[in-house]
Design a protein around this ligand. Structure first.
Ligand SMILES: [Fe+2]
Length: 263
């Protein structure tokens, strides 16, 4: 067990060229687990093809432009949905973004959970769990895998600095980079705050298609995307990412909530 004193968030960043390097090597997984427990970050390069990422963004843009957003609690069998969150006071972490959510008990046209299964396998193994945990159509231990695509519009998209729960369900919440800084947006992006207070903007050190792993307790957030830019939610110009989450069900009181560090 790693003691709190030994954790230095954002201590180091290391790169791996593919998930298969880790999936079949239990000693490598144990090494990565130790690093992430201590506050290091892992970037796996080119996990997803840019073409499929573009197709998914186009599809979600269409859904977002042509259907009404709404919110659902995470309950067994709930539909996939999308929601707009404009600094909604009911959220545990204050943020401004458009989110698209998928659950393993629903089928979708990209067969998303099959497409991304290697990421969940690595996430679970790093967290000392069986690789397929939380991926079936039934919840396990009061939790379920949940894919959350997040879109941050230019001029207004942001999320407060926060930390996510670290418990029996996860050690890390991997992120897929889906937008290119310098092309899709210019300023801001997802960041982690190191123990010494320095911010590392992950969009500056990773590329579209890369998956980033860090300790869920690392203070992190999204710095305002392109401040001053004219806001237009309908244009879907801005920054996309995907979170490979495992979430507790609505009625599970065993696991804590994310903590906003700015309020
Ligand atoms: Fe988070």
């Amino acid at each position: 067990m790693v003691t709190k004193e030994k954790i230095v968030y954002g201590r180091d960043v290391f790169y791996v060229t593919s998930h298969s390097e880790l999936l079949h090597d239990s000693s490598r997984i144990a090494e990565v687990r130790k690093n992430i427990q201590c506050g290091d970050m892992l970037i796996v390069k080119n996990v997803f093809d840019k073409k499929i990422i573009e197709q998914i963004k186009k599809y979600l843009t269409n859904v977002g432009q042509n259907s009404l957003p709404s919110y659902r609690n995470i309950e067994v069998g709930c539909p996939n949905f999308h929601r707009v969150n404009i600094w909604d006071k009911r959220s545990y972490v204050q943020a401004c973004f458009h989110q698209f959510v998928f659950f393993p008990w629903n089928q979708d046209i990209f067969n998303l959970f099959d497409l991304v299964k290697e990421v969940y396998h690595v996430k679970n193994l790093i967290s000392e769990l069986p690789k397929n945990k939380f991926l079936s159509s039934e919840p396990e231990d009061g939790c379920i895998a949940r894919l959350a695509f997040q879109f941050y519009p230019r001029g207004t998209g942001a999320m407060n600095k926060h930390c996510d729960p670290l418990d029996y369900h996860q050690l890390t919440v991997p992120i897929l980079v889906m937008s290119k800084k310098g092309e899709d947006f210019v300023k801001g992006g997802v960041y982690v705050e190191k123990t010494d207070g320095e911010k590392i903007i992950l969009d500056d050190i990773a590329d579209v298609g890369d998956v980033i792993y860090f300790n869920a307790q690392t203070p992190h957030g999204v710095e305002l995307i392109d401040p001053g830019y004219e806001i237009d939610w309908t244009s879907f110009q801005g920054r996309w990412m995907l979170l490979f989450a495992v979430n507790k069900l609505f009625n599970n009181n065993q696991i804590g909530n994310s903590v906003d560090l700015e309020i």
